[in-house]
Design a protein around this ligand. Structure first.
Ligand SMILES: Nc1nc2c(ncn2[C@@H]2O[C@H](COP(=O)(O)OP(=O)(O)OP(=O)(O)O)[C@@H](O)[C@H]2O)c(=O)[nH]1
Ligand SMILES: [Mg+2]
Length: 309
């Protein structure tokens, strides 16, 4: 199975919801009418694109349809694809450049249970498999089982983990881990952190402290602050991005659990609203179920094929 076919099957739930809705609009109304636009609008909102992004897409779609004198629903679908592709292009993650920074430090942040630790382990595995030396830091010292969870990933993948005891100061663990990464000539240092709600002031302060402490040893560290969001949370992820970005400026996003949800349209909304690079998408629990975000493949996996319409 090619990577593209694999993506098709993993995004099945969102695809089924969005594609079948759109395909039935296009087949039942071969000529464009106001009703067709309204139905497209409803479908996009139901697929969790959010009101704002849906409006942006609809106004662009209308404009282009007039400019290109489009009359059939068939052609409208192809314009819809290109409008969505244009939005996604903002977030297509170009290869993340470590640019000679060593260790390249990546800090994982996000609310509870979204998949930070799992995504970090998957990333570590990819970096290591492409020939890098990788170190993990267990800076979720808040949740009781978090350290063991990361250590067991480390054992499984044969990647070293720096940890202290439960309740230790997360910034101190990060500092230790940075020194270890330097001493051991590591290419990457990946730092796990405790899940937190933006309303949890202490934990949000802790993140800022962690960044400050790292900044003392390397003014550019962390080089990447990745917010992981669970696609199944739908439009709630929008406020997660806004709130985390206020506390600690984000450099990119990871969107997980796209395999288990019909709400994958939220990716389009994230690209439109924030224009942050989407570094990875999570499409399963396995260590290999992490993909780069390729806008064209994503659109092809979610929207009906042109010949279907
Ligand atoms: N189906 C699916 N499950 C995922 C994906 N990513 C993570 N998970 C699962 O989500 C659950 C939570 O993942 P964790 O990595 O522990 O999440 P976390 O954000 O570190 O959680 P806390 O540290 O408790 O805040 C686990 O059961 C993972 O296997 C994904 O892309 N698809
Ligand atoms: Mg975790």
């Amino acid at each position: 199975m090619s990577a593209k076919e694999g993506l098709f099957s993993r995004l099945r739930k969102t695809r089924e919801s969005l594609s079948s809705g759109l395909a039935s609009i296009f087949s039942s109304s071969p000529k464009i009418s106001e009703g067709v636009y309204e139905e497209i609008e409803d479908q996009l909102i139901m697929a969790d694109l959010g009101v704002q992004t849906t409006q942006t897409i609809l106004s662009e779609l209308r404009k282009k349809a007039v400019q290109s004198r489009i009359e059939s629903s068939d052609e409208l679908l192809s314009v819809l694809k290109s409008v969505i592709l244009d939005l996604l292009q903002y977030s297509e993650a170009t290869e993340q450049s470590t640019d000679g920074k060593k260790p390249f430090v990546i800090l994982m942040v996000g609310v509870n249970g979204v998949g930070k630790t799992t995504t970090m382990a998957k990333m570590a595995n990819q970096y290591r498999n492409s020939g890098n030396r990788v170190l993990l830091a267990a800076c979720d010292t808040f949740r009781a089982a978090a350290i063991e969870q990361l250590q067991s990933w480390g054992q499984r993948l044969d990647i070293p983990v720096i940890a202290q005891s439960h309740g230790a100061d997360a910034a101190a663990v990060a500092f230790d881990a940075y020194s270890a990464a330097q001493a051991r000539d590591m290419d990457y240092l990946l730092i796990d952190s405790a899940g937190r709600q933006h309303t949890h002031g202490d934990l949000m302060d802790q993140l800022q402290k962690l960044k400050r402490v790292l900044g003392r040893v390397d003014e550019n560290a962390p080089h990447e602050v990745l917010l992981t969001v669970d696609a199944g949370n739908g439009q709630n992820v929008i406020s997660q991005v806004e709130n985390f970005n206020k506390a600690i400026p984000l450099t990119g996003l990871c969107v997980t659990k796209l395999d288990g949800t019909a709400r994958g349209g939220v990716v389009i909304s994230l690209a439109d609203r924030f224009k942050l690079p989407i570094r990875y998408i999570g499409v399963g629990e396995g260590v290999d179920d992490l993909r780069p975000f390729i806008a064209e493949d994503f659109v092809d996996a979610l929207l009906p094929e042109l010949s279907e319409s």
